[in-house]
Design a protein around this ligand. Structure first.
Ligand SMILES: [Zn+2]
Length: 245
């Protein structure tokens, strides 16, 4: 997951609020406009798993699930049209997350996770992908095993933040655990594939600056698995870490 700087709420949200009272009432035109506005902030990459969304904005289907309510509608009905509560997500993540939110009917999950790791403590939120002043950016909650592509909570976090990251990975299934690691659709494999693509591209170039530019391009937040690519580059080329910050 990476951090996304959000733009101000689009003007048309006020008229939507004046016309409709809940999400299910929105017509197709309204849904398409909302999705288009989100793409301007997020690109067409899922904010949670960072894979390219398979239903890009041109999709005629306004119900393609690329709009996710970060705080789900069933738990937070008053946030049905809160601009900052709407994020761009892929179908896989949207379905994995569903209507869950920490703190609701989750005694068993807490028990399970604290059984797996005694650091885990009860949490009441997921990692927020929006940049919020004074809060740890989403990207800093996570680290990667660059050999396998697996995501895990960063060791730099305090216990509460570590637990929030652990819970987010678990509930949104950011390692796609339901699929085997040899399955081509597995998120680990997709991260590794994107990195191989980058290596192939830079190996074809002789010019150092051109190589750096390609690396930079792969690390842009609107590119698939940019957080993983950044972790790999900083791990493999430590001196370049200073160039990329
Ligand atoms: Zn996703």
């Amino acid at each position: 997951m990476h951090s996304v700087e959000r733009s101000p709420e689009p003007d048309f949200f006020a008229s939507l609020r004046a016309t409709y009272t809940q999400w299910d009432e929105l017509d197709d035109d309204a849904r398409i406009r909302i999705r288009g506005a989100l793409v301007r902030d997020f690109g067409t990459v899922c904010v949670y798993c960072e894979q390219a969304c398979q239903s890009p904005t041109q999709s005629a289907d306004p119900n393609d699930e690329s709009v996710d309510h970060f705080r789900p509608r069933n738990r937070f009905p008053e946030q049905w049209l809160d601009w900052l509560n709407l994020v761009y997500a892929c179908r896989r993540c949207n379905q994995a997350k569903g209507g869950s939110w920490p703190g609701f009917d989750d005694a068993l999950v807490n028990q399970l996770l604290s059984g797996e790791d005694s650091r885990y403590t009860t949490v009441s939120e997921y990692v927020n992908p929006n940049v919020v002043a004074g809060q740890t950016p989403a990207g800093d909650f996570f680290a990667f095993d660059t050999a396998t592509g697996a995501i895990f909570p960063s060791e730099q976090l305090d216990r509460m933040e570590w637990s929030i990251a652990r819970r987010t990975i678990r509930d949104i299934d950011l390692n796609d655990s339901g699929l085997g690691e040899n399955d081509a659709r597995h998120l680990w494999n997709r991260r590794l594939y994107q990195y191989q693509l980058l290596i192939k591209r830079i190996n074809q170039l002789d010019d150092f600056d051109a190589k750096v530019n390609i690396m930079r391009d792969f690390m842009l937040p609107d590119k698939p698995f940019s957080s993983f690519i950044a972790a790999c580059i900083k791990g493999r080329f430590p001196l370049l870490g200073q160039v990329f910050g």
